[in-house]
Write a protein that binds this ligand. Structure first.
Ligand SMILES: *[C@@H]1O[C@H](CO)[C@@H](O)[C@H](O)[C@H]1NC(C)=O
Ligand SMILES: *[C@@H]1O[C@H](CO)[C@@H](O)[C@H](O)[C@H]1NC(C)=O
Ligand SMILES: *[C@@H]1O[C@H](CO)[C@@H](O)[C@H](O)[C@H]1NC(C)=O
Ligand SMILES: *[C@@H]1O[C@H](CO)[C@@H](O)[C@H](O)[C@H]1NC(C)=O
Ligand SMILES: *[C@@H]1O[C@H](CO)[C@@H](O)[C@H](O)[C@H]1NC(C)=O
Length: 383
């Protein structure tokens, strides 16, 4: 009797364990009602298999997963959100998420991606809307890999992309040109120093561009043109180490007049000391050292400089001309004498002709000499 009870008890226990196994992978918690599977900080080395088919949200964070491939997620047609943050993912193979045909949200933040296959992000039907790659790229090679993956991934449906905290120093030209529907681009907390024409090409639906906490000292004319091209959007430019010298003048004018919605209150000078923490918008040209006062009047220093430069150039050209003339003085003298003789010859020719014309007896012969003003001809005619 007792043995039978123990057997039944053990049987039930085993059955329960088996059910548990079937329903939820080892190291994970499954919530059927919210359709969520959580595998948090369980030292997992691979993505657990047999995630229940009802799952919509899969959270696998704080583990030791190093590679994601097409075998990682299979037959999970109901999954819309995958959070893989803070693992140690360094490699993303081709078609890693291809089976997730309803995947809208993918968070890969806090990883060490060094190898991203060009088709790593390809999913049939382009369902992906949000991609978080904050603090996820290991080095510059990963950035170029990602650029290719964004190009080849068919990410036409992507609306939001977070690339913050990746130590990015430059963005490959046209990096986002295959994301035509992107609305929000986060590039905060990188090391960007410049925007070039073409950096944001192809994005016509952009609404928010976050460039805060980078290394911009100024924006040059081509950068301002590129930002201006984005139109009437929200552009965040605060918390950059702006250098408020005369070179920043175009940027100040742009801030003064821009149609975009800029976080002007956070756009402040980092140097020089006299202007530290001063808002850039509204700064006068004099304050940033572009002008100097002259006779109570304010004259543009750069204009003055250009006049001085023009004067110097003209003076130099004149001196070169005089020098050349001086070197050729003998030849010039000879040439002048020849010219003088030639002129005299011609003038004498006219002189003879005048005499002929004024001779009434010779009027009939005038026609024959009219075509030639050559002195010799006239002389022979006279003879
Ligand atoms: C996805 O969800 C639907 C409806 O809840 C269900 O019928 C289907 O079996 C699920 N898919 C998988 C692979 O379990
Ligand atoms: C991306 O992930 C980081 C870290 O998990 C988070 O702070 C950030 O808000 C996320 N980005 C977006 C756009 O939600
Ligand atoms: C980036 O890291 C990968 C893997 O460690 C390495 O092969 C590659 O050479 C690195 N690239 C750069 C530019 O350092
Ligand atoms: C900025 O990025 C670095 C990694 O590049 C990260 O360690 C740091 O927490 C980030 N800072 C903020 C404020 O997000
Ligand atoms: C910006 O606007 C202020 C007035 O709002 C003006 O005094 C200043 O000269 C302008 N700066 C530039 C560089 O256009």
């Amino acid at each position: 009797m007792c043995i039978f009870a123990v057997r039944v008890f053990l049987g039930i226990l085993l059955l329960c364990a088996w059910c548990q196994c079937l329903e939820c992978p080892f190291g994970c918690e499954c919530f059927a009602i919210t359709r969520t599977v959580k595998c948090v900080s369980k030292d997992l080395y691979t993505v657990p298999q047999s995630i229940p088919g009802y799952a919509r949200t899969v959270i696998i964070t704080g583990n030791n997963i190093q590679r994601i491939g097409p075998e990682s997620f299979t037959e999970l047609e109901n999954v819309t959100n995958i959070i893989l943050s803070n693992n140690r993912i360094s490699e993303m193979a081709s078609h890693s998420f291809s089976a997730l045909i309803n995947l809208r949200f993918l968070d890969l933040s806090g990883n060490h991606l060094a190898l991203i296959h060009p088709e790593a992000l390809s999913i049939p039907g382009s369902p992906l809307q949000e991609l978080n790659l904050s603090c996820a790229l290991f080095n510059f090679t990963a950035l170029t890999d990602l650029t290719t993956a964004l190009r080849w991934g068919g990410l036409g449906g992507l609306l939001r992309l977070d690339l913050s905290g990746n130590n990015l120093a430059l963005l490959p030209p046209g990096m986002f040109s295959h994301l035509p529907n992107l609305q929000q681009l986060f590039l905060t907390n990188n090391s960007l120093v410049a925007v070039y024409s073409g950096t944001f090409s192809g994005m016509n639906q952009l609404e928010v561009l976050d460039l805060t906490h980078n290394a911009f000292r100024t924006f040059r004319a081509d950068a301002l043109q590129e930002l201006g091209r984005l139109g009437n959007i929200r552009i965040l430019l605060g918390y950059n180490p702006y250098t408020c010298s005369c070179e920043i003048r175009n940027f100040v004018s742009w801030l003064n007049e821009s149609r975009a919605e800029v976080d002007v209150d956070s756009v402040r000078c980092a140097s020089p000391k006299t202007l530290t923490d001063t808002r850039l918008r509204g700064l006068g040209v004099q304050a940033i050292g572009c002008v100097i006062p002259v006779q109570g009047d304010v004259t543009d220093l750069t204009l003055q400089t250009s006049y001085v430069f023009l004067g110097l150039v003209l003076g130099f050209v004149g001196m070169v001309f005089l020098f050349v003339v001086y070197l050729n003085r003998k030849g010039m003298k000879k040439w002048i004498i020849e010219m003088r003789d030639a002129c005299r010859d011609v003038l004498e020719g006219y002189h003879y002709r005048y005499e002929i014309d004024s001779d009434p007896r010779r009027t009939s012969g005038r026609m024959s000499t009219d075509s030639g003003s050559n002195r010799n001809q006239i002389v022979s005619y006279l003879d």
